[in-house]
Design a protein around this ligand. Structure first.
Ligand code: SF4
Length: 434
């Protein structure tokens, strides 16, 4: 039987889908490249916005139309957070976020009884980090490792704590084993990801912090780079930065989720830092990691955000000078505190603010690329799907291209020093140093 895999949402979901794919492969299932060839469709859902929910429903509809006999497995954040709305969807197996590891067994059960299965276990305080590990040889240079799950922060716009449960962390032993396996299978770069990554270790015994996981990952021979996924800014101390800066394998790119540069808006969002504290953290990171890239997420048009608040946020974003920004207009999420707030900004205005913020960020992104010109960086080459350029990423996650000049030799999985000679819209161009 062949399975078609579809993943919505974040890196954590991508990691989990990869884990399921590996488990199904061990049981003899193949991979279908299109819906019409599939016996089973596996959908790992995201519910961060109502648009994500609609896309998922559309996909179910499309699958049933194109391939009515296909068995659909629906799993993840959407059924977990909105059980009542999802149990009756036209799917054969529906599970929550915490039941993913049981899915191969549930498929066996379905195949023998042919009766719909719904398994959505509620999250509980103290639930363990599930045993998930990706190790088999896959044709990628970089690999994600989920080291943390859950969030107890309850930002007022976010449904994720309801979908992902309380914070929990992967043990050092499991982390080290997984990094070793990935190194053995040829991976050069590891990206540590989580739902609220900075909370790594809070549930483990002793004063365990994210930096401890970084040190474990960096200690593995064969891994050249360790990168961190999205970070919440309030939990990184000066001593964490000092320890991180002493790890040469740790990549100097920090995705510090900002959301707003206006303190009034941050408070309304129930974020736990001020714009001043955020700026101080950026300055400390820049001192310890010269040429690091600070990237971020920015939400505009949040409930109650006045024009003045928005302008304050814009000025702050200009001041920081991000290397890259993801900007999104606020969208009300059912089940959250912010969705019930007065003062919702009209949708057209949210779009307008998003466009304005995009323009501001584009300028700082260009500035960041311009500052790279003349520097020598180490590039891990990745893609081979372009005839014109070899492509890869520098340690600070700038995309770097070098002209192929009739060279057919693949540079994939190799690290070379490259001198940057110019930049384009969202990448730099250079040549390999002799
Ligand atoms: S920190 Fe806030 S935005 Fe991030 S997952 Fe937790 S509640 Fe959601």
């Amino acid at each position: 039987m062949n399975i078609y895999y579809y993943t919505f949402g974040c890196k954590v979901n991508q990691y989990e889908t990869e884990n399921l794919r590996q488990n199904f492969t061990k049981r003899g299932f193949g991979v279908a490249s299109k819906i019409s060839d599939a016996d089973v469709c596996f959908i790992n859902t995201c519910t961060v916005t109502s648009t994500a929910d609609s896309k998922c429903r559309q996909l179910i509809h499309k699958i049933k139309k194109e391939n009515p006999r296909c068995i659909i497995i629906l799993t993840g954040c959407l059924p977990q957070a909105f059980e009542e709305d999802t149990v009756n969807l036209d799917c054969e197996i529906v599970t929550g976020a915490s039941d993913k590891t049981d899915i191969p067994d549930l498929l066996d059960e379905y195949l023998s009884r042919r009766e719909k299965i719904v398994r959505i276990s509620p999250h509980t305080k103290g639930e363990a980090f599930e045993k998930m590990s990706n190790s088999e040889v896959v044709s990628k240079t970089r690999a994600y490792i989920k080291i943390q799950d859950g969030c107890d922060q309850y930002c007022s716009y976010c449904i994720i704590p309801y979908a992902r449960g309380h914070i929990r962390s992967k043990s050092f032993e499991d982390l080290k084993n997984e990094v070793c396996e990935l190194a053995k299978s040829g991976h050069k770069e590891i990206i540590l990801v989580g739902i609220n990554l900075c909370c790594y270790g809070k549930d483990l015994e002793g004063d365990v912090r994210l930096v401890d996981a970084v040190e474990v990952a960096c200690s593995v021979d064969g891994i050249d780079r360790v990168r961190l996924g999205s970070l919440e800014p309030e939990m990184i101390s000066q001593s964490d930065i000092k320890r991180m800066a002493s790890q040469p394998k740790l990549c100097p790119q920090f995705h510090l989720s900002l959301q707003s540069g206006c303190n009034k808006t941050l408070k309304a969002m129930n974020r736990k830092y001020t714009a001043e504290e955020y700026e101080e953290l950026v300055n400390r990171l820049r001192e310890s990691f010269p040429d690091c890239a600070i990237t971020t997420d920015i939400m505009v048009g949040f409930a109650g955000e006045s024009e003045e608040d928005f302008r304050e946020s814009v000025e702050f974003v200009k001041k920081i000078g991000f290397a890259r920004c993801h900007i999104f207009p606020y969208s009300e999420r059912e089940g959250t505190v912010a969705a019930k707030r007065d003062g919702q900004v009209p949708k057209g205005e949210r779009e307008k603010r998003a466009r304005l913020m995009e323009e501001i960020c584009k300028q700082s992104e260009n500035e960041f690329l311009r500052n790279m010109v003349g520097k020598t960086v180490k590039v891990l080459f990745e893609r081979e799907n372009c005839t014109e350029f070899h492509q890869g990423y520098s340690e600070n996650y700038t995309q770097i291209k070098i002209p192929r000049k009739n060279s057919l030799k693949s540079l994939r999985r190799e690290i070379f020093c490259v001198i940057i000679e110019g930049y384009e819209k969202n990448y730099c161009i250079g040549k390999i140093c002799e």
